[in-house]
Design a protein around this ligand. Structure first.
Ligand code: BGP
Length: 495
């Protein structure tokens, strides 16, 4: 059987420490930013922090009556041998997770790492390798240590570059023989839409932790992240010469289509897409794109840069571009431009207008439009623009499901989503796009990042836990499990 997928294609799945590990304060770990939010979408703008008048600083203040499901999550921290065996059972070649930065440097500013945290990831990566999977590791998946935010102001503060570089060098040294695929910041381009989760920053306004942040502050934080990311690329190449390190962006917004063929909608779409490209342009090309200088000048929001920063960006661009893709969007200039002028660079996937040409969407209340061809479109756009390898590190559909009376979890919608998207990946490969691999988001049910629910399930493996936090945590295979296995076994020929 013929397949478009190259030999060595990295088939697999992806999760993030904060959505699956649980054990949020175990073995020396301290909170990170996502630990004080139920969901980054639901209370990202009003996280569990309060202003302390005496110290003049923010401090953690979890909200009464809220369920922070991620604190225990699916307890992967203790159950990883069983879980990784299940992943290996599908024939995964790669498994993506993040290192929880605050397991390694609990506050974030220590000189020495926490050995217990390092030991945990040693065991986790060994187990992945034992089950035939290459670890693919994100250095921070919305996981800035909270202490760095409350004490230092998060990424607004240039000191975080030093702390991040120390952390990156520590884990590169420790795992250099085990991990050959790295990424710096998960979905770095959400910084404007979700500044606390994405860029680990809070305002200095006691009334408004997030909404009072200025654009200038966000550009500043992002600039620091860019420099930190480049220094991590440098360190990775020095310490692990045979490793690859990438940028990671949410690229659902790359598949944004003009609502009409009016030049207004066409240019509006371009401007909207630039809110995502901005991040790729700096990290893949190594310099700020021309169009951003106009924004900085007109809106007086240019970040302060130090001498030598441009050289760091230029010398250490990323090796590949990793991205998530879930859905496409529609841009209607007349309706959307007000929202844009409020938020200028508000990247991520705007919901936009309903696309009448798309007939499927994920179930309510999430309602994400399903657009497999949008994935081919995205691959082509990104490859045309950057000409570096692409890595699809998140794609999937969240469904509310459970076992039927016979204990079977039948999920044909997930299987169809998987097949339809993979067929479009095959098309993109035929188009000439260089794609390293495809990782399904949440191959085992995890806590949703956006809403903090268990109910929004992406897995081929079901986890018995509900939105109230009840359940045995037992794992069981859904029907889609065998189909993904078959596709992987045939290297895509069975599609
Ligand atoms: C991406 C995040 C993931 C993930 C996924 C699905 O933006 O990188 O962490 O969870 O989206 O989103 P959700 O969990 O909100 O359905």
């Amino acid at each position: 059987m013929k397949t478009a997928f190259p030999e060595g294609f990295l088939w697999g799945g992806a999760v993030a420490a904060n959505q699956c590990e649980g054990a949020w304060l175990e073995d020396g770990k301290l909170p990170n930013v996502t630990d004080v939010m139920v969901g980054i979408g639901t209370d990202g703008k009003h996280p569990g922090v309060k202003w302390n008048d005496e110290t003049g600083k923010w401090e953690m203040a979890l909200k009464d009556g809220k369920k922070y499901l991620s604190h225990e999550a699916i307890d992967l921290y203790h159950r990883y041998p069983e879980d990784l065996k299940l992943m290996g059972g599908m024939g995964f070649k790669a498994f993506r997770t993040s290192i929880a930065w605050s397991r390694i440097f609990p506050r974030g500013d220590e000189e020495e790492p926490n050995e217990a945290g390092l030991v945990y990831y040693d065991k986790l990566f060994d187990e992945m390798l034992k089950n035939g999977m290459q670890p693919v590791v994100t250095l921070s998946h919305y996981e800035t240590p909270l202490y760095l935010v409350t004490e230092y102001g998060g990424w607004k503060n240039r000191k975080l570059i030093t702390f991040f570089e120390r952390y990156a060098r520590t884990v590169f040294e420790r795992y250099k023989d085990k991990v050959k695929y790295w990424m710096t910041f998960n979905e770095i381009n959400v910084a404007f839409r979700m500044p606390f989760a994405g860029a680990g920053i809070l305002s200095d306004n006691p009334e408004s932790p997030v909404e009072a942040l200025t654009k200038k502050e966000i550009y500043q934080a992002v600039h620091h992240e860019f420099v930190a990311s480049s220094l991590a690329v440098k360190a990775c190449h020095e310490i692990i010469p045979d490793a690859k390190i990438g940028a990671m962006l949410t690229c659902s917004s790359v598949a944004t289509y003009p609502y009409t063929c009016s030049p207004e909608d066409a240019f509006g779409t371009l401007s909207y897409k630039r809110q995502t490209y901005f991040f790729g342009d700096v990290m893949c090309r190594g310099y700020y794109p021309a169009y951003i200088y106009r924004v900085w000048e007109e809106e007086d929001c240019a970040p302060v840069m130090e001498q030598g920063d441009d050289e760091i960006l230029a010398c250490y661009p990323v090796d590949y571009l990793a991205f998530s893709y879930y859905r496409s969007g529609v841009w209607h200039e007349a309706e959307e431009k007000d929202k844009v002028s409020e938020g200028s660079v508000t990247s991520g996937s705007g919901t936009g207008f309903t696309n009448p040409y798309l007939t499927e969407c994920s179930p309510a209340p999430w309602c994400w439009p399903v657009d497999p061809k949008g994935l081919r479109y995205t691959c082509n756009e990104l490859y045309d623009r950057y000409q570096i390898p692409l890595f699809i590190v998140e794609n999937g559909i969240g469904l509310d499901e459970g076992p039927d009376e016979n204990g079977v979890i039948n999920d044909p919608v997930r299987t169809k989503y998987l097949e339809d998207h993979l067929r479009q990946v095959a098309e993109a490969l035929k188009d000439g796009c260089d794609i390293m691999g495809y990782l399904w988001w949440g191959p085992i049910d995890v806590v949703s990042a956006g809403t903090g629910e268990m109910k929004k399930r992406y897995g081929f493996v079901y986890v018995d836990r509900n939105n109230d936090g009840e359940g045995t945590l037992a794992r069981s295979k859904k029907v889609s499990y065998e189909r993904y296995k078959e596709i992987i076994e045939s290297n895509g020929a069975a599609l």
